[in-house]
Every structure is written in structure tokens, then in C-alpha cells.
Ligand binder design. Structure first.
Ligand code: F6P
Length: 325
């Protein structure tokens, strides 16, 4: 691989608040250090189809505060095939792009890793997902904003839960990771969280119901990590069947969790890792995700970032259990 002159940047997978701050950071830091930048639209689909535009500093003006992604995003099936990746590589050559920065979650960084390995092409990943499920970085871009959004929503639901003396099962995103559920439960003073990482083997609903819903409490809020089989509906139906004395409601927060202006924390994280991506390329780093661990910018090999499971601090379960008596 020759000298890097032009860097491509794309966002992929579910959008996350702070992705625009990351695009801005990559673009400005690259230009500041003498590189050309090209924005690739609609993730890997745009890379395959050649939906690409040269970026100047003005193209990323006034976006640090906005949610979503100005580059648009997609979940691209074709890129999971060798043929799709060959088309993507052909586009990179045709466009004169010498290195790629991919902002996205687990699936997107897996795609970047595969392309990098197959074509010996320099790829850098930035952790862009509300789920916070990437190994090697303390937080991901979008996670803090979403945690705050959920907390505000639960505060509002608490008003109606109190007024009607109800149990609410609130389902939040996170795919198969419970970071959003557990930490929003702590932040909102919920009575329980049901998360995939709680591996005690016991039934989390029974454990919670047996702890008893205090008589002095007017309401009860349980936050549940989304799951195709055991989401909020599943638990609400069980309570209606097994504990008919309670008035139960379900609220699935859905995609409102992904929108909105990013928090200061997410803007700063995105800005730091964007600069880190350009620094990584200048140092000759390849195939790493740029994260922040213990307040330091770190380079995490793609294989670790997507291959290792990020552990939940089980102490957080105790914090919630003790504070919700
Ligand atoms: O990965 C981010 C995420 O928001 C997950 O929490 C959720 O499971 C998924 O994306 C939803 O994806 P889509 O918007 O494609 O339905």
C-alpha cells in the first residue's frame, strides 16, 4: 500500500447521536493534516454503488449538535458477500481513496475488518452505536445521549405510573446488551432491570416479584432489554397471569431512543476518536478501532473490538437491587 493521500469516511448500521460530530472530526482533522477527504453516503451500500462526494471543512459545518448522520446510513446485505466487497474495493480504487474510516457498531466494524483483511486496505473504526457493546472502549458514540433520553422518558412514565398505582414494563434498545437497561434503571430510580447479562440462572421476574413491591410505593417500573422472545410484552403478560392483583402496562420506547441532539459527552468522545483515527493512520496503524479507556485514547484491534464480549460490571446489579428496596 502506497502513501495515504485521500481518506474516505462513512457511517453504517443504526444511526447514533454523535455520528455527525465524528464525521466532522475525521474530516477536519484529516484536512488539517494535509489529506483529502471523501464522504461516502449510505454506508457500505454507497461504497458499492459509488455514492461519494469530496468533503471540505464547510461540508461539516454546523452539524456537531445534530442527531442522525448527514452521510445517511444503511445495513448492507451485499457487503457481507465477497462479491459485494470486491465491488466496494473497486470503487475505492476508482475514487482514489487510500484509507477508510468506518463509524458504526459491531456489524459495521466486522465488515471493515473483513475488507481490510481481504484487500490489505487500511481501515480504522470508530465506535458508533447506542448499545455500548463494543469491547475495548468505555463508552460508544451515542450511548450517553440515549441513556439520558431513556431516563427522561422513564421520569415522565413515572408520573402516570404513580397516579394510577401501576406496574410499568419499559422496553429499551440494546440488542443483546443490557448497558442501556441497567444504567437507565439506576438513573431513573426504577425498581428493577431485566438484562441478558444477569446470568444467575434464576428467573429475574420471580426474584423481583418475591422481593415484594413495597406497600408504601405508589408505582413500580421495570426496565427490560429488548429481546425477540422475552421483551416487555412477555413479562407483562406473565404478571397479568401470575399476579392478577396488579394493574400492568407496557411501554416500548423504540426508535425515539436513537434520535436527538447528542450530549456534550458524546460530542467530545466523537471529536476525540475522530482525531485519533487520523493520528492512527499517520502512525501507520491499520485495522483498529479507536476508543477511549480510562480517559485515554486507545487503539483496539478489530478482532478484539468485535470478537470479545464487553463485560457488564455486575456491581451495577447490586447497586440497583440495594437502592430500589
Ligand atoms: O444497534 C443499534 C440498535 O438500535 C439496537 O439497539 C436495535 O436492536 C437495532 O439497532 C434496531 O435496528 P433497526 O433500526 O434496523 O430496526
Amino acid at each position: 500500500m502506497g502513501k495515504i493521500r485521500c481518506i474516505g469516511v462513512l457511517t453504517s448500521g443504526g444511526d447514533a447521536p454523535g455520528m455527525n460530530a465524528a464525521i466532522r472530526s475525521v474530516t477536519r482533522s484529516a484536512i488539517c493534516n494535509g489529506f483529502k477527504v471523501k464522504g461516502i453516503y449510505r454506508g457500505f451500500a454507497g461504497l458499492i454503488g459509488g455514492d461519494i462526494k469530496p468533503f471540505s471543512t464547510e461540508d461539516v459545518s454546523n452539524i456537531i449538535q445534530t442527531g442522525g448522520t448527514i452521510l445517511r446510513t444503511a445495513r448492507c446485505k451485499e457487503f457481507t458477500t465477497a462479491e459485494g466487497r470486491r465491488k466496494a474495493y473497486d470503487t475505492l480504487r476508482r475514487e482514489g481513496i487510500d484509507a477508510l474510516v468506518v463509524i458504526g457498531g459491531n456489524g459495521s466494524l466486522t465488515g471493515a475488518m473483513t475488507l481490510a483483511e481481504e484487500y490489505d486496505f487500511p481501515c480504522i473504526g470508530l465506535p458508533g452505536t447506542i448499545d455500548n457493546d463494543l469491547y475495548g472502549t468505555d463508552s460508544t458514540i451515542g450511548y450517553d445521549t440515549t441513556l439520558n433520553t431513556i431516563t427522561h422518558c422513564v421520569d415522565k412514565i413515572r408520573d402516570t405510573a404513580n397516579s394510577h398505582e401501576r406496574i410499568f414494563f419499559i422496553e429499551v434498545m440494546g440488542r443483546d446488551a443490557g448497558f442501556l437497561a441497567q444504567n437507565s434503571a439506576i438513573a431513573a430510580g426504577a425498581e428493577a432491570a431485566i438484562i441478558p447479562e444477569d446470568s444467575t440462572g434464576s428467573d429475574q421476574l420471580i426474584r423481583f416479584m418475591e422481593r415484594g413491591i413495597r406497600k408504601s410505593k405508589k408505582s413500580c417500573i421495570v426496565i427490560i432489554s429488548e429481546s425477540p422472545t422475552c421483551g416487555a410484552m412477555h413479562y407483562a403478560e406473565r404478571v397479568e397471569r401470575e399476579y392478577p392483583q396488579y394493574d400492568v402496562r407496557v411501554s416500548i420506547l423504540g426508535h425515539l431512543q436513537r434520535g436527538g441532539s447528542p450530549s456534550a459527552r458524546d460530542r467530545i468522545l466523537a471529536s476525540r476518536v475522530g482525531v485519533g483515527a487520523i493520528e492512527a493512520l499517520m502512525q501507520g496503524q491499520r485495522n483498529v478501532m479507536v476508543g477511549v479507556r480510562n480517559n485515554e485514547v486507545v487503539y483496539v484491534p478489530f478482532a478484539d473490538a468485535v470478537g470479545k464480549r464487553k463485560a457488564m460490571d455486575l456491581q451495577l446489579i447490586r447497586v440497583l437491587d440495594e437502592l430500589s428496596i
